[in-house]
Design a binder for this molecule. Structure first.
Ligand SMILES: NC(=O)c1ccc[n+]([C@@H]2O[C@H](COP(=O)([O-])OP(=O)(O)OC[C@H]3O[C@@H](n4cnc5c(N)ncnc54)[C@H](OP(=O)(O)O)[C@@H]3O)[C@@H](O)[C@H]2O)c1
Length: 261
């Protein structure tokens, strides 16, 4: 798609990946509506962006009232892109997760993007060329110990994106599921960083992820995108021969347990 002079709503704009995506989109001439809960961080981000006409809007996306106000703001401006990027994770074994930790993760990572897609769709279908981009994860295709609930939310988001793409196949709205692998942001707690080091997990920079994000959006018919080698190979292998992947990941389990417990 042609990004120039488009308007995008970006959630989770102040996070590591959101920040890099915001800067990369602004460089492409996209006007941004940036959201997160922390207003000071939004102000700081806005001051670093190229271009004019950006808008910051602080809100908690898990609150229905906040989403309604955001919808009004976006309706006034009009949007061509909805980028569902806000997300949370928490390295822990399932048995150690409280009811509220489970519920908040499902709400933030899955329910909120679904609600935003539903509520903002009327704004997007009016535009000649528009897209929904749901930021998933490689862990939305490969179940991983220590991130069981997170995996469930991202598997859900991937399935939702696929179904919605097919439901909107006769409209002008593209639906893209974009999935990074581990990325160096504060999303990953110190425990997660130490675990990734112990496992030898490759970690990308947020700037590289943002570059690939832009490359994906610029394609004529952007589709699902999985970042990183060998992760994208494992995504396919897991679909075809999950027992092989069970075996490979079993070797990592003692290390994962050490950090997750
Ligand atoms: N980093 C990785 O290793 C990695 C790997 C694969 C996929 N991803 C995915 O990439 C996306 C961005 O990750 P990141 O690394 O940039 O995370 P991050 O640095 O932790 O940023 C998360 C963003 O979401 C916002 N947010 C969280 N809860 C919110 C809520 N209830 N309402 C509104 N905003 C909320 C945060 O801002 P406030 O706290 O101010 O609200 C922040 O802007 C996520 O969907 C994540 O699952 C990340």
């Amino acid at each position: 798609m042609n990004l120039s002079r488009k308007t995008a709503l970006l959630t989770g704009a102040t996070g590591g990946i959101g920040n890099a995506i915001a800067k990369a989109l602004a460089d492409e001439g996209v006007s941004l509506i940036l959201t997160a809960r922390n207003g000071d961080k939004l102000t700081a981000l806005e001051s670093q962006l190229d271009g004019t006409g950006h808008l910051i809007h602080s809100c908690d996306l898990t609150k229905a009232e906040d989403r309604k106000v955001l919808q009004r703001v976006c309706a006034e401006r009009g949007i061509d892109l909805l980028i569902n990027n806000a997300g949370i994770n928490h390295l822990a074994l399932l048995e150690k997760m409280s009811d509220s930790e489970l519920a908040v993760m499902i709400e933030t990572n899955l329910t909120v993007p679904m609600l935003l897609c539903r509520d903002f769709l009327p704004l997007l279908v009016d535009r000649p060329e528009s897209a929904i981009v749901n930021i998933g994860s490689i862990l939305g295709s490969i179940g991983y110990a220590g991130s069981v609930t997170y995996c469930a939310t991202k598997f859900g988001l991937r399935g939702f994106s696929e179904a919605l793409r097919r439901e909107l196949a006769d409209r002008s709205v593209q639906v893209v599921y974009f999935s990074p692998r581990a990325t160096a942001t504060s999303f990953n707690s110190s425990k997660m960083v130490a675990m990734n080091e112990a496992l030898g997990t490759a970690v990308d920079s947020a700037e590289w992820v943002a570059e690939e994000f832009i490359n994906t959006l610029k394609q004529k018919n952007p589709h699902n995108r999985y970042l990183g080698w060998p992760e994208k190979f494992f995504v396919r292998l897991n679909g075809l021969l999950p027992k092989l992947v069970d075996k490979a990941l079993f070797k990592q389990l003692p290390i994962i347990r050490r950090f997750a417990e």
